[in-house]
Each structure stands twice: as structure tokens, then as C-alpha cells.
Ligand binder design. Structure first.
Ligand SMILES: Nc1ncnc2c1ncn2[C@@H]1O[C@H](COP(=O)(O)OP(=O)(O)OP(=O)(O)O)[C@@H](O)[C@H]1O
Length: 618
């Protein structure tokens, strides 16, 4: 793993300043989010922070008055002086109570804000995921950004805001201390500042190193999760056991983990080294000043109360200053994470927006033809064409079968039709309208589809089917109709709670189904779209037995009567029923025609058909 960016210490000063500047650009955006999460809590947090900022100086000053009062009373004071001291102690008690109350309220406000802000952001991240295109999910850098954003959403934004508040609070506290200290010893204020500057530089550099470490790690972090997933998911366990993969996967997991540990340890050691060195420096500064003030008090130059005030203010002042520096360091780290989050939220998802406004919309009904004009497509970052110069026309009511070896481009063609991708060259017309000029939701609502890798929703049966037409999720009659059409009814009636049976093994009382049974539900889901104009079945029969397949296709023929239907299948008994068969080879349409025409042609189709027929006979 090689670092993608040079160490910030090797960058020229101007570049480093620019880096720092761009980091603080994240502040307004973060504060906006913070405000939106809860304006009331934000105001409360601001108010409480201000009160918390001035209390320490007040407490220290009352402390000084108490000591001076005690010394005076001890040197022959009267009853009134003693009474005055007790009154001052009462004051300090009151201030301390106030301080405790404010601190507790701050903690509570922070927790409430954490929940609000975390929710707001998680929702935004998920909303963005909905807008992204398929290609974004297949691009590992976008995927990493999303994972990073999700991982940090609950902590980073709040942390950035809290650090900013801490800086404000400590700055106010320090100003009140400075007022108290300057009258006693102006130069000690200077010492306080000077002794802390090296700490600031070290903090900023280590924070940047920490961020770089975590961002390089994003891809490897995913690998770690993946290895964990292999060992803990139900659908992997058979292969893990059969092939004895446990030790191998665990070994890889362990070595990745150890690599992470070594990096963390190195960073922690650097932090500790710097922390120790700088801690000694500030301790030295403190005791130097202390000795000076003690000498001054001993010689009567200042009162004992002054010295006590000096001591507590100086020590707390140093802590407050250190607090500011640490906060700046953490802010730097948080801001880097925020820049990752904002860059994820800003990913343009242009392709799903129609090219023209208002979007064009061909008439509804089953009258639209689909035309592919010289369509070519290449996956991002790939040299080879997945589809090359494809020309096809599908008139309403026509059934098209796509055949071809694995990797020929059949599923890619379907993805283009659904506008999950755009053609690299050429165009696809739906009812005479380029699909890029249509609203994607309008386009997709006209399709019913069963994908090769259909989803097994860990929901109940009714939902598994109803999701095909979200508006009808509660429409049991329609769901039952779709189940009948998909051939899923017998499976469902054998389940303990029929349509209300929870499915899958993830949640309690979930019933696991066989691959073919799941597939029947997926087919039923596609049939929920009763008014679909096009039906796509991408290898819908792969896990279905021969009898069920025959039944499905009879129903399918009837249902698809006046719709366009596209079937991808490796079973020629299915394929031959189509009006047109397109034989894809290396992304090109090599043969096109009816079963009879292609058999007569005696080309690739006839060859494949004979091969399969022989297989059945033997
Ligand atoms: N997401 C992707 N990114 C990059 N290349 C891809 C992607 N999906 C498919 N390909 C490539 O595009 C080509 C066509 O794949 P496609 O999935 O369309 O084949 P197919 O005909 O549906 O195959 P199968 O019968 O195995 O389902 C293949 O060479 C494949 O490697």
C-alpha cells in the first residue's frame, strides 16, 4: 500500500496553507447541517458553552478572595472577617454547583444533537445512494467514499462542531484568565503561549497522518469486511466447509488485521513521543513561572491569594490552551472526513436526468416499439466492447429470445434497455423517443423484469411479491393474482402463515425457501406490474424444474400476448417459442430470425440447438 499523496511536511508552505484553508471550508457546510438537525438544541448548546466559558475565571477569582480573606482573618481578624470568608465559600459552592449543572446540560445537549445529526446525515447518505447509478456502485472509489461516509456519519460532523465550540469556549476562558493574569505578570502570558506552539504543530501533523492512514485503508478495510462476511454468512458456509477455506480466509484476515495494527501502533507511538516531549516542555515552563511567583509571594511582593490565583489560572490556562490546540488538530481530521462526505454527497448523478426538459413520454398502452440503432457499449475502464453495433427492432406483441454463450452481452443489453447504463455509441428508441429523453422512472415503470440475480428480500411473502408494484403493496388480491401467474401459489399455500410467512434466515421465524421457490416469487413480483408494456425474463427458469418451466411459459405466452417480451435463456425448448431469436456472439448479433429460419440457416443457432437436443436424448 503506497501513500497516494506526499507527506504534508514535504509540501511547500503555500501548498500546506492552501490545504489547511480548504479544510476550514468544510465548516460552513457542517454548521449548516448542525443547524438543520435541530435549531433549538444548537442555540442551547451555544448559550451553555458561553456560560461554561466564563465560570472558571469567576471560580478562580472567588478562590483568591477566600485565601486572602483567610490569611487576613488568621492574622487577627474579627468575627466580621470570618463571616465574610464563609460567605465567599458559599459563593464558590454556588458557582461550582452552577458549573456542574452547566457541564451536565452540555453533555445531554450533545447527546441529543448526536442522535439528530446522525439521523439527518444517514438519511442523506442513503438518499444519495438512491440517486446514484449502477456504474457508481461498480466503481470502487465511489464505493469507498460511501462506506467511509456511512462509517463516520454518526461521529465526525458532531465532533467537528463540538471542537469549534470547544475552541470558542476555551478562547473566552483564556481571555478572562488573561485579564486576571496580565495584572499579576504580563510576561507569563507570553510564556504560556510560546510553550504551547510546538504542540499545535505536532497535533496538526499527526492528525493529517491519521487521516491519510484511514483513507488509504478504505479499500483494504472493505477487504477485511469481505473476509469476515465469507466466514459468517449462511450462504457461504457450505463451500467454506467443503473446500476447507476457514484457515485460509482466517489467515488472510489475520495478516490484514496485523498490518492495520502495526500502522496504528506506529502512529500511536509517534503521538506518544511528541506528547511526552511537549508535555515536559510545558511542565518546565509552568514550574519556571511558579518558582518566580512563589519567590515573589515569599518576599511579600504579592499576596498569598494572588499566588494561589496565579497558580490555578496558569495551570488551567495552560490546559485551556492545550485544549484549543488539540481541538484544532481534531478539527483538521474531522474536516478531512467531512470533505470526503461532502464529495460523496456532491457526486453528480447526471445520467438519470433526462436530456431534454420537459422529458418526453411516449403514449401509455401496448403500442410502443423498441428500436436499438447501432448500439455499442463498453464498461468504464474496459477495452473490450460488451456490445458492438447491435440493431434490433421489437414491435408491440413480439417476443424476442436472446441466446449466446456466457459473457456474450445478453444481460448488458437488458441493462441498457432499462437505462441502468447509457449506450457508448448509438441509441435506443422507445416508442420513437430516445430513452435518454425520457424520465427514467417513466421508462422503468413500463417494464416488468426478473433478473438473473434477483433479490431474496428478507420480508414476508406478500411483500416479496408486492414490491413489484409498490403502490399495490397492500393490495392482497393483486398479490394473489401475481402469485398465481408466477406459479408461486402452491409454494405459498404450503407455508405456515401463507402470505404472511416471514422469509429468509436473517430474522426470527424466517422460513428458508429453495432456489426454485425463491425464483417463483421473483417471477410473481414481475407479474405485479399488470400494466407493464414490456416483460423481461433473464434466465427465469434456471432453478425451476421442467414441469414448472413449461407451465410458466404457457402462462407467460398468454400474459405477454400483446406486450413485448424479452427472454434470455440457455434452454432451447423455451427459446424456440419466441418470434425472433437473436444469437449474440462477442457482443454482436450474429444471427437473427425465427427458430425455423435459423434452423434452416444451419449456423451457430442450429449447432447449439442440436448439441442440446443430443444432450437430452443421450
Ligand atoms: N459490471 C461490469 N463491469 C465490467 N465488465 C462487465 C460488467 N458486467 C459484465 N461485464 C463484461 O461484459 C461482457 C458481457 O457480459 P454480460 O453479463 O452481458 O454477458 P451475458 O451474455 O449476460 O452472460 P451470462 O450468460 O453469463 O449471463 C462480459 O465480457 C463481461 O465480462
Amino acid at each position: 500500500m503506497s501513500p497516494p499523496a506526499p507527506e504534508s511536511s514535504t509540501l511547500p508552505l503555500t501548498a500546506r496553507l492552501k490545504n489547511a484553508g480548504s479544510l476550514f471550508k468544510q465548516l460552513p457546510g457542517t454548521f449548516q447541517l448542525f443547524w438543520r438537525a435541530s435549531p433549538g438544541l444548537a442555540v442551547l448548546l451555544g448559550g451553555l458553552t458561553l456560560v461554561a466559558a466564563v465560570l472558571p475565571a469567576a471560580i478562580a477569582y472567588v478562590g483568591k478572595l477566600i485565601v486572602d480573606g483567610v490569611v487576613a482573618a488568621a492574622q487577627g481578624g474579627d468575627e466580621a472577617q470570618r463571616h465574610e470568608v464563609l460567605k465567599l465559600v458559599g459563593w464558590e459552592f454556588g458557582l461550582m454547583l452552577g458549573s456542574t449543572l452547566v457541564d451536565r446540560s452540555l453533555a445531554l445537549t450533545r447527546e441529543l444533537l448526536r442522535a439528530n445529526l446522525g439521523n439527518l446525515l444517514n438519511e442523506r447518505i442513503l438518499q444519495k445512494a438512491l440517486q446514484l447509478e449502477l456504474r457508481h456502485f461498480e466503481d470502487s472509489s465511489t464505493y469507498d467514499k460511501m462506506q467511509n461516509a456511512r462509517r463516520e456519519a454518526n461521529s465526525r460532523p458532531l465532533s467537528l462542531v463540538m471542537q469549534a465550540f470547544t475552541i470558542a469556549r476555551n478562547t473566552v476562558t483564556l481571555s478572562t484568565y488573561a485579564v486576571l493574569l496580565v495584572s499579576l505578570s504580563p510576561w507569563s502570558v507570553g510564556v504560556l503561549v510560546l510553550a504551547s506552539i510546538p504542540a499545535f504543530i505536532a497535533e496538526a501533523r499527526l492528525a493529517a497522518a491519521g487521516f491519510r492512514l484511514y483513507s488509504w485503508r478504505a479499500p483494504e478495510g472493505r477487504k477485511l469486511n469481505y473476509l469476515e462476511w465469507i466466514l459468517t454468512r449462511d450462504n457461504h458456509v457450505k463451500e467454506v466447509k467443503l473446500f476447507g477455506l476457514g484457515p485460509l480466509v482466517l489467515g488472510r484476515y489475520r495478516s490484514l488485521f496485523q498490518k492495520f495494527f502495526r500502522e496504528d501502533r506506529a502512529l500511536a507511538q509517534r503521538r506518544m513521543g511528541w506528547g511526552l516531549g511537549l508535555g515536559v516542555l510545558s511542565l518546565g515552563a509552568f514550574y519556571g513561572c511558579y518558582a518566580f511567583m512563589a519567590g515573589k509571594a515569599a518576599s511579600g511582593g504579592i499576596s498569598v491569594g494572588d499566588m494561589v490565583l496565579y497558580l490555578s489560572v496558569f495551570r488551567q490556562g495552560q490546559a485551556a490552551f492545550q485544549g484549543i490546540l488539540t481541538s484544532i488538530g481534531s478539527m483538521y481530521e474531522d474536516a478531512l472526513f467531512m470533505s470526503n462526505l461532502f464529495s460523496y454527497l456532491d457526486i453528480p448523478a447526471r445520467a438519470e436526468v433526462p436530456r431534454v426538459l420537459p422529458a418526453k413520454s411516449p403514449p401509455r398502452g401496448r403500442t410502443n416499439a423498441i428500436e436499438l440503432r447501432d448500439v455499442s457499449f463498453r464498461y468504464a475502464g474496459k477495452e473490450a466492447w460488451a456490445l458492438r453495433g447491435v440493431n434490433l427492432t421489437l414491435r408491440p406483441g413480439e417476443k424476442l429470445a436472446l441466446v449466446g454463450e456466457n459473457g456474450a452481452g445478453k444481460s448488458t443489453l437488458v441493462k441498457l434497455l432499462l437505462r441502468l447504463y447509457e449506450p457508448t455509441e448509438g441509441s435506443i428508441l422507445y416508442g420513437g423517443v430516445d430513452v435518454r429523453d425520457m424520465d427514467v422512472e417513466d421508462l422503468r415503470s413500463r417494464f416488468g423484469a426478473v433478473f438473473q440475480d434477483f433479490v431474496r428480500y428478507q420480508f414476508n411473502v406478500a411483500e416479496n411479491i408486492g414490491l413489484g408494484h409498490v403502490a399495490s403493496l397492500e393490495n392482497r388480491e393483486r398479490i394473489i393474482r401475481a402469485a398465481d401467474l408466477g406459479g408461486a401459489s402452491p409454494v405459498i399455500s404450503a407455508l405456515p402463515q401463507q402470505y404472511d410467512t416471514m422469509l429468509g434466515g436473517w430474522f426470527e421465524k424466517g422460513q428458508e425457501l429453495s432456489a426454485g421457490q425463491w425464483q417463483k416469487l421473483a417471477v410473481a413480483r414481475a407479474f405485479m406490474r399488470e400494466d407493464a408494456e414490456v416483460l423481461i425474463l433473464d434466465e427465469p427458469t434456471a432453478s425451476i424444474d421442467a414441469e414448472a418451466e413449461h407451465a410458466l411459459f404457457e402462462r407467460f405466452q398468454a400474459l405477454a400476448a400483446d406486450r413485448i417480451a424479452i427472454v434470455i435463456s440457455h434452454r432451447f425448448s423455451t427459446v424456440r417459442m419466441a418470434d425472433q431469436i437473436a444469437v449474440l456472439h462477442n457482443g454482436q448479433v450474429e444471427e437473427l430470425g425465427s427458430h425455423d429460419a435459423l434452423m434452416a440457416k444451419d449456423g451457430r443457432y442450429a449447432h447449439l440447438f442440436h448439441l442440446q437436443a443430443r444432450g437430452y436424448r443421450d
